[in-house]
Ligand binder design. Structure first.
Ligand code: SF4
Length: 468
């Protein structure tokens, strides 16, 4: 019987099986940011611990960093305190910090891949739920809590149970105007927000085979929103071409040897899975969320589902969503007026996302009642986008071009919704209050759909805008 990538990566990193039934798993790459690390470093200090493999940990600042000006000291004292803390902690424990001065600052899940730190066959951990992003390279990547951040700093290991495996196969050809974000939201809609609980998702099939690395990053990023512990795509030529020449990737003969090893980590053709789900990609329309979790999603040409559409269990959450979002069931989602348009985040703040959104932004002007932000995922993304003139495209359409950071994805910085504002957002969570206002409402969609909503002032079908 063949093995999955998950089996192979797990076996290659298992130090030992623990009496608890968990595995002591060696972590190849540990990513740290300013919000979930201060307590972990403090615990290290109090227990007199040191970091045995400092070269395997890198840090950046993303969550709290303002995106209008990043001149120090930050206006927000708490943000400035967190920034100073990560600087002090990295210095004391010998960890590389990618701050603004390095030219590599950005969202932790954007900078790892772009510097070539994220590689196939690795185990990766970070004190952030969306660490699943790195699975796009055929890595097994987990979000962890603060005490586990301490564990990885102190031992480079994690005590963790091996998830089961679910193959998520999407075949067919996507329609024009349908993007990786639509695919991942559709998968979550079909399998549910709890569909992945206890599982690692292996994404396969024609749709993922054809995707670029940046598209695969978008898909793997959202695995956690479908309840999966992690998600991955098997490494292939697309992966190797993306990695070649990046800063932390081996060069010359060492690269060729690495490619051979990476190929060997992919799932065997006869690998068996605990579950298999097959989805037709050609039937996917641009997706918009209407509720308070990413599984409450519909095609842009559909109506808000009526209570009868749900099972007894789901109905309670649907009723909660109707009340919070202010919907009358049966209303078309298209035409819903928006107040804010946000393009960015670790889901959709990469160069290709900005390119697709700019193609739409070029076709109109942001409606006067809409506040529209474009926030590149990293300094490198910003630099590349500016070299192509994308910032000018957005500015002349009426978008604000901001500095890199998490911005309105989680709103732990000045970028926040106000009151009951409705946001068209390319981020990953539409939970109550997620974008900074306790009553703010979030509609998740692709960056191109956000740009279309900004210029229409309401949810619209990007396929029609692109047709002209
Ligand atoms: S962009 Fe959002 S989900 Fe991603 S790391 Fe930042 S806050 Fe977390």
């Amino acid at each position: 019987m063949g093995k999955t990538l998950l089996d192979k990566v797990w076996a290659a990193h298992a130090v030992r099986e623990l009496p608890s039934g968990q595995t002591q798993l060696f972590i190849g790459l540990h990513l740290v940011h300013e919000v979930t690390s201060p307590q972990a470093f403090q615990m290290m200090r109090e227990q007199g611990l040191t970091v045995p493999y400092p070269e395997r940990t890198i840090a950046t600042v993303d969550h709290i960093i303002p995106t209008d000006t990043q001149v120090r000291p930050f206006a927000d004292e708490q943000a400035e305190g967190m920034m100073s803390a990560i600087e002090r902690n990295c210095k004391e424990f010998g960890i590389r910090l990618y701050d603004r001065s390095t030219g590599h600052q950005g969202i932790v899940h954007v900078i790892g891949p772009e510097m070539g730190l994220t590689q196939p066959g690795m185990t990766i951990a970070c004190g952030d739920s969306h660490t699943s992003t790195h699975g796009a390279f055929g890595a097994v990547a987990f979000g962890i809590g603060t005490s586990q951040v301490r564990d990885v700093l102190a031992t480079q290991c994690l005590a963790i149970g091996k998830p089961k495996s679910r193959k998520v196969q999407v075949d067919g050809r996507l329609q024009a105007g349908v993007y990786a974000k639509d695919v991942t939201l559709h998968v979550i809609r079909v399998l549910g927000v709890k569909g992945g609980v206890g599982y690692a998702y292996e994404y396969c099939g024609e749709v993922f085979d054809r995707m670029t690395m940046e598209e695969r990053l978008t898909v793997c990023n959202m695995s956690i929103e479908g309840g999966a512990r992690c998600g991955y795509v098997n490494p292939d030529q697309t992966t190797f071409d993306y990695l070649r020449g990046r800063e932390f990737v081996p060069r010359g003969e060492a690269f060729d040897r690495a490619v051979e090893w990476w190929k060997g980590m992919a799932s065997d053709p006869d690998a068996s899975f605990d579950a298999v789900s097959k989805i037709d990609g050609s039937s996917i329309a641009p997706v918009v969320t209407w509720g308070i979790n990413p599984g409450q999603a519909i095609g842009v040409d559909e109506k808000i589902p009526t209570p009868e559409a749900f099972s007894k269990d789901e109905r309670e959450v649907a009723e909660d969503a109707y009340a919070y979002m202010g919907w009358t069931p049966g209303t078309p989602i298209r035409g819903t007026k928006i107040d804010v348009a946000f393009i960015g985040s670790c889901t959709n703040g990469r160069l290709s996302d900005l390119r697709e959104a700019a193609k739409v932004a070029k076709l109109g002007k942001v409606k006067p009642h809409v506040k529209a932000l474009v926030v590149p995922g990293s300094q490198e993304v910003a630099k590349a986008a500016e070299a192509e003139g994308l910032h000018e495209v957005f500015r002349s359409a009426g978008f604000e071009w901001r500095l890199p950071g998490c911005s309105m994805c989680l709103a732990m910085n000045p970028d926040k919704l106000v009151g009951r504002q409705v946001s068209a957002s390319s981020s990953n969570r539409n939970f109550k209050g997620r974008q900074g206002s306790p009553s703010g409402r979030t509609l998740l969609m692709s960056p191109a759909m956000v740009a279309a909503a900004a210029i229409e002032g309401a949810v619209t079908d990007v396929r029609e805008i692109l047709k002209g």
